[in-house]
Design a protein around this ligand. Sequence first.
Ligand SMILES: [Zn+2]
Length: 218
Amino acid sequence: MDALERDFIDAFLAFLNDPNAKAEATQARFMSHPYVKDRLRIFKVTDQPDFKPLQKNMREKLSALIRPLSRSERWNYLNEIIDALRRLQFDAVLPIQDPRTREIVGMPIKIGSLIDYSLKRTSIVIKNYPTISGVENACWYALALIAKDDWRERIRACPVKKGDKVCGKFYNTMSGQKNYCSSKCARIAEEENAKVRVWNLRHPDHRKPLPYPRRKFS
Ligand SMILES: [Zn+2]
């Protein structure tokens, strides 16, 4: 697992779980990541107060992505991500020489990534970095990372019930808790399981399933 990918996904999940989604805090989450930090001039900041509509949309997209999908649903989904990433690429102007007039003209282009070359021992390391053009682009890029099977299986929505609501916070099983979003939710789940275990001991003929059975992780 790539640590930069993991950190980027975690910034995305923190945005989705943030009850306020204020613009400044949301931008700061992504701007501190190396994908963005080293190329801050590319990143568009906004003067809107918050990213709530985007957050709602992205929560729906991520929920759908981590559910089992049919082949055609998945295909539509991945195409939607690709279309959004293409649309949100960074706008640039490439100065080129017109072959007929020899005049230097600016050609508008879209840039989705930059390549970096570095030396490691006796070989050349070639790395591809996304050019994240703003918060919306960051979210779609995070979805593209999560769409890879390796990550998709590791992103979960917390199942713990709080009153008549479900917690629903997204979390990455590679970054902390395996079964719940937080130690607080883990405690609630354990308490509910303990109640059912006691009931099952007293009523061996009417055993109930645990409300939060342990799930296996690879
Ligand atoms: Zn939770």
